[in-house]
Design a protein around this ligand. Structure first.
Ligand SMILES: C[S@@+](CC[C@H](N)C(=O)[O-])C[C@H]1O[C@@H](n2cnc3c(N)ncnc32)[C@H](O)[C@@H]1O
Length: 278
């Protein structure tokens, strides 16, 4: 069961140390946020109102809804958090399209009745992994960015307390750290499918859909080692590797994908290794 503790410290060299602090609302229990500040090696501000904070541009902010990444100052966009119980993911869980969803088709869920073991090597806020887990996949997730990992661990922990989400979260195991290290040691056929969704470098800010997601990008940066991810994934997947890309983006450098599943804004490139069992 993922717990909100067990985080890794932000590297000393991270420029985020100068703009990001940890704080909480008057309604939140301070203990968890304070421990998080210590574990991540970030400054601790105690109780604040994010709109009134001037010295820090970004907060890891704990309130009664959980942990969020929150920009400070007047007019700041809304919080970014890993949310599975309510909002978009809650709606999708209740009304989503089952195994017909693009990500599920890309992973091959329509082709097999076997429960698939999937490595999500670029977990982010866990949305794709949650969809796959809700359809029965056994998910192993890696997130290497300590801030994003903290948000995801908190989201999974809150979801584990919800009756409808708990069985889904029980199929998700989150690890902190670089999935490349795991894949390098895992060897051939360690998992059925490897799922990759590395950040795609958007140079043009107007191309960013949501203001909230600009802050995610600011914290994560670009995943410049995406082609290494693909190479290592091909070495440890039994049936296929799936890579999510913006619909118009080029494929990751390396072998050409054999098939594609296209949606309105995203595309899933499929690199088959062998046929899925029926
Ligand atoms: C675009 S986001 C993934 C979004 C995710 N698919 C979702 O549904 O929420 C990419 C994430 O992968 C993480 N990442 C990239 N390369 C990684 C690696 N080698 N190991 C672990 N995490 C990685 C980044 O830190 C970032 O949080």
């Amino acid at each position: 069961m993922p717990s909100p503790s067990s985080h890794t410290e932000l590297p000393d060299s991270s420029s985020l140390r100068h703009i990001l602090a940890v704080a909480h609302s008057p309604l939140a229990e301070p203990g968890v946020a304070r421990t998080l500040a210590t574990e991540l090696g970030l400054d601790w501000l105690g109780v604040v109102a994010p709109k009134q904070v001037r010295d820090w541009g970004l907060l890891l902010f704990m309130d009664e809804h959980g942990l969020a990444l929150q920009q400070t100052g007047k007019g700041a966009p809304g919080p970014v958090r890993a949310e599975f119980v309510s909002g978009k993911m809650g709606y999708r869980r209740e009304h989503g399209g089952g195994a017909g969803q693009l990500v599920a088709r890309a992973v091959g869920m329509q082709k097999t009745r076997a429960p698939l073991q999937v490595l999500d090597a670029t977990a982010g806020l866990g949305q794709d992994a949650f969809v796959l887990a809700s359809l029965g996949c056994q998910m192993t997730l890696f997130e290497r960015n300590p801030i994003i990992h903290a948000l995801l661990a908190d989201g999974l922990y809150r979801a584990s307390l919800n009756e409808a989400c708990a069985p889904i979260v029980a199929r998700m195991t989150l690890h902190s750290g670089n999935s490349l290290d795991w894949m390098n040691q895992a060897g051939p056929e360690a998992v059925d499918v490897v799922y990759l969704d590395p950040m795609f470098p958007h140079r043009d800010k107007s191309a960013l859909v949501k203001k909230e997601m600009q802050v995610f990008r600011q914290v994560v940066g670009d995943d410049d080692d995406a082609s290494q991810l693909l190479e290592d994934a091909l070495g440890c997947a039994r049936y296929r590797v799936v890579v999510k890309r913006p619909r118009k983006a080029p494929a990751i450098a390396g072998p050409e994908p054999a098939a594609r599943v296209e949606g309105k804004s995203s595309r899933y490139d499929i690199y088959p290794i062998r046929a899925l069992p029926t």
